[in-house]
Design a binder for this molecule. Structure first.
Ligand SMILES: [Zn+2]
Length: 303
């Protein structure tokens, strides 16, 4: 079947506080997977987490990035996905030892933690929430997180077949006090809507989620509902690393550390875990990098 474009599409159930969005990733997932050789179970988990990052980003009013991260002391060390508010996604995984293709994410996790970070671009306060990994799939973990930390009823469906990843999110928006008094008679109706669409949505199959065009899928699931579908947003693989960002990171290691690496190896090599970009700093580059630190310190007003 022909691949769908990589898109995020929002929709609302008219005259109700229930909204949703659908995501489909193929080339974005392929580009992320091409940078690393992952066992099959981790490929699927990375794809699901990438789909989830776009679904959640679409619910936020923020200019910046959302980072979803799973850390553990088991064979899986780290699974991290970053999605910017304009839907540029990057992702990487780290693990130790032999992981075979049959092992699922949750067989590789011990003492796992799930972290969600909102990093505003305009210098606003970053926010980080940490929860224990409860549940044996990524959707359940995120649903629990949204309910407990944000008090927002959320249902999430995710799947990844190793080639494409897809997901659907439904949310019941909390009402403000003003709305509650104005619409008291409607709140019961709202929770009926929420229960009904959740029930209808739970019939979705992985195959439908991965392969059906958005309109067809919504029609099949919610035939009787009045749904407004918004224009699709385009999603692409994007890594924010640059020679400058690597130079800044190296500066933080300090003069002594950098000088000793140069003395031993003659150059400093850095590889980006997300996009595999390679950055090389020779003796002259490193001296310049340290010089610019000195000048930045001497003239704090410049730059
Ligand atoms: Zn990169």
């Amino acid at each position: 079947m022909k691949n769908k474009l990589d898109t995020l599409q929002r929709f609302v159930f008219e005259n109700t506080p229930v909204r949703g969005n659908l995501v489909n990733l193929t080339s974005t997932l392929q580009l992320a997977l091409n940078k690393q050789h992952l066992p099959a179970g981790l490929k699927r988990a990375l794809g699901e987490l990438m789909a989830a990052s776009a679904l959640l980003t679409a619910t936020l009013k923020m200019n910046g990035s959302l980072v979803l991260q799973i850390q553990s002391k088991g064979a899986l060390k780290l699974l991290v996905v970053e999605c910017s508010s304009d839907f540029g996604i990057r992702a990487t995984a780290k693990w130790t030892g032999d992981v075979d293709d049959q092992q699922s994410l949750f067989e590789l996790i011990e003492h796992g933690q799930f972290m969600i970070t909102l990093d505003p671009k305009d210098g606003g306060q970053a926010y980080q929430g940490i929860v224990a990994l409860e549940g044996d799939n990524i959707s359940t973990i995120l649903e629990n997180y949204m309910l407990r930390s944000e008090q927002i009823d959320t249902r999430i469906w995710l799947c990844c077949d190793g080639h494409s990843a897809a997901g659907m999110l439904l949310q019941k928006l909390p009402e403000t006090m003003n709305q509650v008094t104005q619409r008291q008679d409607l709140t019961e109706q709202d929770s009926d809507t929420w229960n009904r669409v959740g029930h209808l949505a739970s019939t979705i199959t992985d195959d439908e989620l991965l392969h059906l065009p958005t309109e067809t899928l919504l029609k099949r699931l919610f035939n009787e509902e009045d749904i407004r579908l918004f224009d699709a947003s385009h999603i692409a693989f994007f890594c924010s690393c640059s020679r400058d960002s690597v130079a800044n990171m190296l500066r933080m290691l300090g003069n002594d550390e950098l000088s000793s690496i140069i003395e031993e190896h003659g150059h400093i090599e850095v590889n980006c875990d997300f996009c595999n970009a390679h950055y090389s700093f020779d003796k002259v580059d490193t001296a310049q990098l340290l010089m610019s630190e000195v000048s930045a310190k001497a003239n704090p007003k410049i730059h």
